[in-house]
Ligand binder design. Sequence first.
Ligand SMILES: O=C(O)CCC(=O)C(=O)O
Ligand SMILES: [Fe+2]
Length: 352
Amino acid sequence: MDDAFVQAPEHRPVSPLAEATGVPVIDLSPLIAATPPSPAVLDALVAEVGAACREWGFFVAVGHGVPDATAVRAVDAGRAFFALPAVSKAAVRRTERAPLGYYDAEHTKNVKDWKEVFDIFPHELRPPAASVDGELVFMNKWPDDADLPGFREVLEEYAAAMEELAFKVLELIARSLNLRPDRLHGFFREKMTTYMRINRYPPCPRPDLALGLGRHKDSGALTILRQDDVVAGLDVRRRSGEWACVRPLPGSLVINVGDIIQVWSNDRYQSVEHRASVNQEQERFSIPYFFNPAMDTVVEPLPEMVSEERPSRYNAYGWGEFFCTRRRSNFRKLPVDNIQIDQLRKDKIGQE
Ligand SMILES: O=C(O)CCC(=O)C(=O)O
Ligand SMILES: [Fe+2]
């Protein structure tokens, strides 16, 4: 196996993984019922979501209202895309300037991931007419409709369902932090940098040495992940340092808070490390939806989350620059690791 894929010994998959995951399973069905939930039911749901974000940074959502058929069509569309001949995939390959589309050489913490991906922006960002040199172009690259009829429509339908759910979860999170229900919505109204990805992790001859996706924290606000219904692979890092496998639960969606919610909440909620393991026998598919704010968002602890007893723990940073730097660096192996959110901490605790 190519050395580029080999993880440092301390980050190689360990076996056996923690048996029971313990990641909370939360039933969101009160949110999608024909009649709005009673205050008591809503309060109970908000408390559950708050506890999961505080203690795990992750939860598994059921009763989320996204029709299974919509998700299954999206996974099948992904499967068909990756099965296309290399030349068709190369036609929509990501470039340094236009970082959406197909890619098979992403690195996480400078080690190559055992995967191929296809990325779209559900709301494309058209470059301004007088585009600055080097500015990234977030326009989708769709495969030829003759190769893959209906591909685009299926993914757009799935992305629309994700967006609807993302705003509902955002409201639950705002409520759980004692904020106005729509307090966070404004960050996502215009020019949002939300993107959706289809991951394919091929079978790997040395799953003990490589990872489908190296350990990382999601840098955006929220991630909603449709895992493979059958093939396990998502591992979440516990405070103990142990990796726990989030076993597939058909029809569920795995939701986690990213670095931005950690910062907005001034550390009340945590963005937790996770990774994708691979195996020798079966390919695995997953579809993360990264719900990210507008390009011009300045991320810092919300004033409501800061007090004399709990001063702001982070320096403000420009999300657009952070995001674009990441997209650029994913393009190739760098001599240093990417900037991590902990480097923006005022106290630098936990800095790697
Ligand atoms: O494929 C998975 O299970 C995890 C994907 C993920 O964490 C990511 O793409 O950021
Ligand atoms: Fe992730």
